[in-house]
Design a protein around this ligand. Structure first.
Ligand code: PLP
Length: 400
């Protein structure tokens, strides 16, 4: 009898975390490494949010709370969904978990049976397929193309739907491509979904606030209210509020699913950290103006990185609407060799050789289900980004 369960054997450690760890190890060993692999803002949590947490500790908010969130936070989430997304939810339709990742995990474990198909537009966030696999479901990658800026085309979505399709996982702005769907682009997809009433929509709106150039964020249930009854709208405070370590994510949707997720959470982690929940109340209800100033910095970095990468031989990089990632294609480098004689056969070799020879850590696109490409996180200092892009240009120029 095997010690490790078959469910666990179906999943693998997150490749983005693995590459960040490798970069950290090399740095500790004295190498000059620039890590562009981590998915978190380099900005600190705003002071008013930290103060709210300190006040919560002083008030003694240090006990177990309701399993899926304190009423004050659920109320703040309902107000946020109305204010930003024009969506009406009651607190009984909201579930709060330990980060967006737990919320997604709960939603899928609560609903996916063996053989259920889950459509995942590629390139995708690395955890989606693994969570589906863990549930015994079948992740079905749905391909996008560089020439469409990695956005799903309606006819491709239509062709991927089968009688076994349970969910479409939708993520805009996207990790890893940064692509975000306009109202019309999303409407074209919701029109397809309307025709298939057995398909549920799990939308991951984690990067909602990180959009540039006056882009207007929209979410599926807002664009097509007739999908409201079969949509789970997921979001969290990790990225826009610079709170990755606090671990608060949330979801709103039909009560039946929310209740099932609560049952699961009651038998696993119980409530998310009480102090973090109070910090999240302040994040959602408090001043939002720091987001615009952070975004001005992110936009400057995005423009710098996109232009420097497009100047590198063999790379093509679209300008994404949001998040803090770019996803350049490295198709023009495949088949070339490094000065040391290593042939670039795919994007994994590209990323490994880039780390070896220039000390720049990126994540190869195939880890996100679409290659040859790689992901750069520009949530790091402008100086480090400029230096990293120079090294990438040098690495590409040395290939022959
Ligand atoms: N969804 C996407 C698309 C993400 O990129 C991430 C984090 O990297 C998450 C969800 C999870 O966020 P959290 O840190 O709140 O678990």
């Amino acid at each position: 009898m095997s010690l490790i369960s078959s469910a666990l054997k179906r999943i693998k450690p997150s490749p983005t975390i693995a590459i960040s760890n490798k970069a950290r190890e090399l740095k500790a060993a004295g190498r000059d490494i620039i890590a562009l692999s981590a998915g978190e803002p380099d900005f600190n949590t705003p002071d008013n949010i930290k103060e709210a947490a300190i006040a919560a500790i002083r008030r003694g908010e240090t006990k177990y709370t309701a399993v899926d969130g304190i009423p004050e936070l659920k109320k703040a989430i309902c107000a946020k969904l109305k204010r930003d997304n024009d969506l009406d939810y009651k607190p009984s339709q909201v579930s709060v978990g330990t980060g967006g990742k737990q919320v997604l995990f709960n939603a899928l474990v609560a609903t996916v049976d063996a053989g259920d198909e889950v459509l995942i537009p590629a390139p995708y966030w690395v955890s989606y397929p693994d969570i589906v696999e863990f549930c015994g479901g079948k992740p079905v990658p749905v391909m996008t193309r560089l020439e469409d800026n990695f956005k799903l085309r309606p006819e491709v979505l239509e062709a991927a739907i089968t009688p076994k399709t349970k969910w479409l996982i939708f993520n805009s702005p996207s990790n890893p491509s940064g692509a975000a769907y306009s109202h019309d682009e999303l409407k074209a997809l919701t029109d397809v979904l309307l025709k298939h009433p057995h398909v549920w929509i799990l939308t991951d709106d984690m990067y909602e606030h990180l959009v540039y150039d006056d882009f207007k964020f929209v979410t599926p249930a807002q664009v097509e209210p007739r999908l409201y009854d079969r949509t789970l709208t997921m979001n969290g405070v990790s990225k826009a509020y610079c709170m990755t370590g606090w671990r608060i994510g949330y979801v709103a949707g039909p009560e039946q699913i929310i209740k099932a997720m609560g049952t699961l959470q009651s038998q696993s982690t119980s409530n998310p950290c009480s102090i973090s929940q109070w910090a999240a109340v302040e994040a959602l209800n408090g001043p939002q103006d720091f987001i615009a100033s952070n975004n001005a910095v992110f936009k400057g970095r995005r423009d710098l990185v996109v232009s420097m990468l497009n100047a590198a031989e063999g790379l093509t990089c679209p300008t994404p609407e949001g998040a803090f990632y770019v996803f350049p294609s490295c198709a023009g480098t495949i088949g070339k060799s490094t000065p040391g004689g290593v042939k670039i056969t795919d994007d994994e070799v590209f990323a490994t050789q880039l780390l070896e020879s220039e000390g720049v850590a990126v994540v190869n696109g195939s880890a996100f289900g679409l290659g040859p490409a790689f992901r750069i996180s520009y949530a790091t200092s402008t100086e480090a980004l400029e230096e990293a892009c120079k090294r990438i240009q040098r690495f590409c120029a040395a290939l022959s």
